[in-house]
Design a protein around this ligand. Sequence first.
Ligand code: C2E
Ligand code: MG
Ligand code: MG
Ligand code: MG
Length: 285
Amino acid sequence: EGKRAGKGVYRFFHAEMDGRLRARAELEAGLRTAIESGQIIPFFQPLYSLAKDRIIGFEALARWQHPTRGLIPPDEFIPIAEDIGLIGKLSQRILRDGCIAARDWHPDTTLSVNISPVQLRDAWLAPRILGILAETGFAPQRLIVEVTENAVIDDVSAAAEVFASLQRAGIRVALDDFGKGYSSLSHLRQLRFDHIKIDSSFVRTMDSAESQKIVSAVAGLGRALGMPVTAEGVESEDTARKLRELGCDQAQGYLFGVPGSRSEAAHMLAGNDAERLAAGLRQAV
Ligand code: C2E
Ligand code: MG
Ligand code: MG
Ligand code: MG
């Protein structure tokens, strides 16, 4: 009896693994064409200034508009792109499309893009980014490059050189998902970042005293190091209010806007401006 159940479980597990491997193999086979044919597109999520109470930028987040499967989230294809050497091509595509979309925005609005730690080993990364900015006419001062901290940055001196070339050109570099990785503090010591983004796992649990203390300490760390701190994953007014009290500069999250298409982003920004204008008029009257 027990033996049979065990076998069933094994078979089920096997079938599930099989399915997952097949799904991965299919995505892997389609990814190169998807990048080349423009199926990988950026969505845009607002970056909100808690001090100024308005949208100050957008983060480009990759989506795969799959012909049969619909919109596929990045967690399903970014790791594949990293594994099979396509992450550089994918990032260039997101950056180029992001810069083109950002032409619709107010010229103060920033664009943030994500890069994978593996890309930091590429000596051509900075020149390629600068090339795309020149080609699209996007000012380097408006670009923020976010380095996701899901892996240790293994070659710190190569990364430092990439950062330095980007920063010399006026591009800012943000440490993404701060606190989630295993070497956050050593990264902060060894590399020069311009911004810190606190991982959403701390922000989402801010009703606990521990998380609040951690967020408060990171905000203090940012102030001490002269790096504005962004809280990720802000979903409630309560959290936003606490973040303001703790001296957190910026926030992102569903409260301020979910990632949307290029035209949705332009709409969010227009709403933002209309509100600001209305507030200004009310003040003037
Ligand atoms: P990330 O850069 O830390 O981006 C934040 C993620 O949190 C996004 O997920 C965003 O949609 C989600 N998010 C934002 N606000 C909220 C909220 O209030 N609640 C919840 N539950 N989630 C929220 P997304 O778009 O699925 O992206 C996941 C990760 O994939 C990104 O994390 C980033 O590490 C990676 N990624 C996305 N696009 C790219 C890309 O073009 N290149 C690279 N290398 N990585 C990318
Ligand atoms: Mg990011
Ligand atoms: Mg992340
Ligand atoms: Mg993040």
